[in-house]
Each structure stands twice: as structure tokens, then as C-alpha cells.
Design a protein around this ligand. Structure first.
Ligand SMILES: NC(=O)c1ccc[n+]([C@@H]2O[C@H](COP(=O)([O-])OP(=O)(O)OC[C@H]3O[C@@H](n4cnc5c(N)ncnc54)[C@H](OP(=O)(O)O)[C@@H]3O)[C@@H](O)[C@H]2O)c1
Length: 488
């Protein structure tokens, strides 16, 4: 029997939660509409909350949209799709509840063992209970077997190198590394997937992609929201663990790595090699911030300390700017400045590659020269890639100014841009692990930040305050300037 003909069980553990309802389950619909999962599949929601099947389906119904064509008879397709859903109530550490799950799966498989995908949409504190229960219930096939079993886990993968290793070892008792898919959903975003194409399918960038021509690189993630009701999670992690050690560092690896021999199979090897050349971050190269109350868009926003369930003496940073140094032949001397913050005045994720100035006096006046080229890759919102160039303004006089070669995805491409979860779930089903975080990659990522995080925790370093709705702490601009970087 070919793989596509085998039954596929998708088990979402923590199916009552936000991630499951908003992202994971809705991402399956486009795969269904585009026939990337065929008729022989079943979705099992599993969580502790008592819910009927109808409650479960009702809880995600509002998030299901037929967004791709052709998905004719959308309403009918939605009905057919949710017809593949069941819900089981159970406890994560009760193996007998997972035996019930196994029986339900076997019923759908009708005597022919099928493929089994487990999505752990639960807090990391219950990962191990779930993994052990799945194992004890006999739901996991040996590695490399056909049909397969695979498990998807979401960050946070620990809070430092030691806790991440401990989690990895414990998961390793149940699943082989080849069965574990660690999601960093930024890697599924369209513009991030395009980074390798942009760099390696176009001849124009690669010769310039080095310290001889590039002055600095900025990678930023900003949000104009506070932490909302996520204090329980956020206050114990902070912005460095929440965004930098994973999403931003992954972007940096893709921007800076060497060309892989194979753009699918060897990407992770190249990322690991690059990350091993990144020096651990030192205290001198970091600015921390924490938002205070402020007016933004004519509304009052509370400060971090006033947010629900945040301790009033919390020193958790909601903003960080960090300068990373890559010690290899290509990047020696080029600062990579990453910054991430909540409660700011923009919501954007971007990569800015700034080239060096041209040595031509004609383009300078009164000590100021025209700005150097900059390649901007906007990941979200409004996906775009644009190159800032200097151009002669049309006319009889000789005047030059900065302008853009502009590729805006919404204007250029007709189709809907897939959500990262659609793309990543498709990869899990196909067994393509290139966009998932490998164990050695995770270790080396933590090595870059763990010494700093330990120092910050031990010394309870107090972040600089900044009012909600601003650009963050002023010290970040001074840090950038000290490294010859002009912050956007
Ligand atoms: N939400 C997102 O957009 C997002 C993005 C990236 C990563 N993640 C990660 O994905 C995982 C799930 O996220 P989520 O936002 O869906 O979380 P969530 O809503 O807080 O939790 C998911 C489900 O897990 C169960 N649960 C919650 N706290 C628990 C506890 N202390 N002990 C046992 N069970 C508990 C609850 O189900 P029952 O009580 O019904 O069992 C809940 O519905 C987390 O690790 C999160 O960090 C989430």
C-alpha cells in the first residue's frame, strides 16, 4: 500500500487550547481542500476539558475558512471536513485514557495500521506526561517503520541549555530524534522560506554577501501590544527566551549560513555550523527594557507591572537589543543587531541588510552622503522585499535621491499566502524535516544565550523603563551607535 493510501490519524493533545483552535486545526482545512490529505484521515482532539464532539467542532468552526481556490461548495466541504473530527476527554498522565485513544484510532484504521501524528499543543510542563502515556498505550511505532508515528512539539524547548537538554533526554526515552518535529513557526513563513531562494537562486546577492560589502545586519521583531493574559508564561521567560533565542536566531542563521550542498537536506547542517561561529552574548552587548504605562493611539496602556498576574517587582525584560558577532571568514567584523520588544509603536518583523557606503564624493554634500544600499526583507505584516538604491531623478538637472526597487507580495502575487502552520503540517505529513529544529541546533542556540540569561537571572538585572507606544529604551540607540549601526 502506498503511503498516501494509508490511514492518517492526527491527534491534537491540548485540543481545547488557543494554539489548537486558532492555528493547528484550521491549518488542516486547506490541506484537505487541496487534497494534500486524502479522504482516509481522522482528527482526534484530546484534552482534560469535558466537551462533546459538537462542542469541539463548534469551538473551531469560526476559524475555518475556504481561502484557496478551487474549494468549490465551501460550506459542504467544511461539513465534510469536520465529519473527520472526534473528541476524547482524558488526563495527560493517565495511560488508560490513551488506551481509549488507541482503540478509537484502531477503529478508524479498520485493521490496517496507519500513520499517526501527535501534535502536543500543551504547555511544556505536561510534554513528558503525554509522551509517556502515548508510549505506554502502545501508540508509538519503532523509528523508521512504515507506517510511521511522529510527534510535533512547540517552543519553549526548555529555558536554558540544561533544561532543554533534560527535556530532550526525557522525550528521547519515547521518541527517536527522527520522529520529533520541533516547530519554530517562523520557519514556515513564506518570506523566511524564500530567504534561501533569494540568496542562492540569484547570482546578484551572493558575491556581495560578506564583510567586504555589508556593514551590518538588523533583525527585528516589534509588537504594539502588551502581554495580555500571558503573564503566567511570559513573566518566567521574558523576551529573549520568547522571541530571540528561537525565531530571530533562526532568521540570523538563514541569512548568514553558507550555501548548503542541498537546499532541503543540508540546510540544518549549515545552520548548526554557522551558529557554532556565533560568540555567546555578553552583558556589554545587551540592552534590556520593560514597558511602563503610556498613551498609544489615543488609548491608555498599563505598564508591565500593572498587567494582570505580573509581580510588581518583576525584572522580566519586555524588550531586548543584542549585538551578535559571528567569528568566521565571511562575517568577521559585521555586527548583527537583533532587537525585539512588546509595547512598542510598530508591529513588524524585518531583516535589514545594510551595505557599505560608496567612496564617491559626488554623492555627498555638507558632510552628509546619500544613504548606502539596504536590502529589506519584511516578514510580517505585508510581506515584502525591497532594495534601497540611489537613482538619478529624471530631469535636465543632475539630482540623485534614494528610491526603492520594491517587491510587495500582495501586489505581485495573486494567490493567498499560506499560513506557516499549513506549510509546516504538510511537511510533517510528508516527512520533510528541513524546516524543523534539530536537537544539535537547539543545543547550540541555547549556548549562545545561556551564559547571559544565567547572569541576568542571578543579578536580577533591572531593565530600562520605556513608555508603552514608543521605540523602546534610549540605551538601545546608544548600543547600536557604539557598533556603527543606525537603528531604523
Ligand atoms: N498559542 C499560540 O499561538 C502559541 C504559539 C507558539 C507556541 N505556543 C506553545 O504551544 C503550547 C500550547 O499553547 P496554547 O496557547 O494552546 O496553550 P493553552 O491554551 O494555555 O493550553 C492548551 C491546553 O493545554 C491544557 N493545559 C493548560 N495548562 C495546563 C496545565 N498547567 N497542566 C495541564 N494541562 C494544561 C488545557 O487543556 P485542558 O485543561 O482541557 O486539558 C489547554 O486548553 C504551549 O507550549 C505554548 O507555549 C503557543
Amino acid at each position: 500500500m502506498s503511503e498516501a493510501q494509508m490511514h492518517l490519524s492526527i491527534v491534537v493533545i491540548g485540543a481545547s487550547g488557543d494554539l489548537s483552535r486558532r492555528k493547528v486545526l484550521p491549518a488542516l482545512l486547506p490541506l484537505y481542500c487541496q487534497k494534500l490529505v486524502d479522504g482516509k484521515f481522522h482528527v482526534f482532539g484530546f484534552a482534560r476539558r469535558a466537551m462533546t464532539r459538537e462542542d469541539f467542532v463548534g469551538s473551531i468552526r469560526g476559524n475555518l475558512h475556504c481561502k484557496y481556490g478551487p474549494c468549490e461548495r465551501c460550506e459542504q466541504r467544511l461539513q465534510d471536513f469536520v465529519g473527520h473530527f472526534s473528541y476524547l476527554q482524558g488526563h495527560y498522565d493517565h495511560a488508560e485514557d490513551f488506551v481509549r485513544l488507541r482503540k478509537a484510532i484502531e477503529e478508524q484504521e479498520q485493521g490496517r495500521p496507519g500513520r499517526r501524528l501527535f501534535y502536543l499543543a500543551v504547555p511544556p510542563s505536561v510534554f513528558l506526561d503525554v509522551a509517556r502515556s502515548i508510549h505506554q498505550a502502545g501508540l508509538v511505532y519503532p523509528p523508521d517503520s512504515d507506517p510511521w508515528s511522529r510527534v510535533v512539539i512547540e517552543k519553549p524547548f526548555g529555558s536554558d541549555r540544561a533544561s532543554s537538554d533534560a527535556l530532550g533526554e526525557a522525550l528521547g526515552e519515547v521518541f527517536d530524534e527522527s520522529q520529533i518535529y520541533r516547530i519554530d513557526h517562523y520557519l514556515g513563513k513564506e518570506v523566511i522560506q524564500n530567504l534561501m531562494v533569494l540568496r542562492f537562486a540569484n547570482l546578484v546577492f551572493e558575491p556581495l554577501w560578506r564583510n567586504l560589502y555589508i556593514k551590518n545586519v538588523q533583525i527585528s521583531w516589534t509588537e504594539d501590544l502588551g502581554i495580555g493574559d500571558r503573564a503566567g508564561y511570559f513573566d518566567s521567560y521574558g523576551i529573549i527566551r520568547d522571541v530571540m533565542q528561537n525565531h530571530l536566531l533562526q532568521m540570523l542563521a538563514l541569512v548568514a549560513m553558507e550555501e548548503p550542498a542541498n537546499l532541503k537536506r543540508q540546510v540544518r547542517d549549515e545552520k548548526v555550523k554557522l551558529l557554532k561561529s556565533v560568540a555567546p552574548v555578553t552583558r556589554d552587548d545587551v540592552v534590556l527594557g520593560q514597558y511602563t504605562a503610556g498613551m498609544y493611539r489615543a488609548e491608555h496602556h498599563p505598564g508591565y507591572h500593572e498587567e494582570k498576574n505580573v509581580p510588581t517587582d518583576s525584572v522580566t525584560p519586555t524588550y531586548a537589543a543584542v549585538v551578535l558577532k559571528i567569528h568566521n571568514r565571511r562575517w568577521e567584523g559585521v555586527p548583527f543587531l537583533m532587537y525585539a520588544g512588546k509595547g512598542l509603536n510598530t508591529r513588524e518583523t524585518e531583516i535589514r541588510v545594510r551595505f557599505k557606503e560608496v567612496p564617491h564624493e559626488e554623492f555627498c554634500a555638507d558632510g552628509t552622503c546619500l544613504p548606502p544600499n539596504e536590502l529589506v526583507i519584511r516578514v510580517q505584516p505585508d510581506e515584502a522585499i525591497y532594495l534601497k538604491i540611489v537613482n538619478k531623478v529624471p530631469g535636465l538637472d543632475y539630482r540623485v535621491e534614494e528610491t526603492r526597487l520594491d517587491l510587495r507580495y500582495a501586489a505581485k502575487f495573486d494567490g493567498v499566502i499560506p499560513d506557516a502552520y499549513e506549510s509546516l503540517l504538510q511537511d510533517v505529513i510528508r516527512g520533510d524535516r528541513s524546516l524543523f529544529i534539530r536537537e544539535d541546533e537547539l543545543k547550540v542556540s541555547w549556548d549562545i544565550f545561556t551564559p547571559l540569561l544565567k547572569q541576568l537571572d542571578e543579578e536580577r538585572v533591572r531593565p530600562d523603563p520605556y513608555p508603552f507606544g514608543t521605540q523602546g529604551p534610549l540605551a538601545a540607540f546608544a548600543l547600536a551607535e557604539a557598533h556603527n549601526v543606525k537603528l531604523k
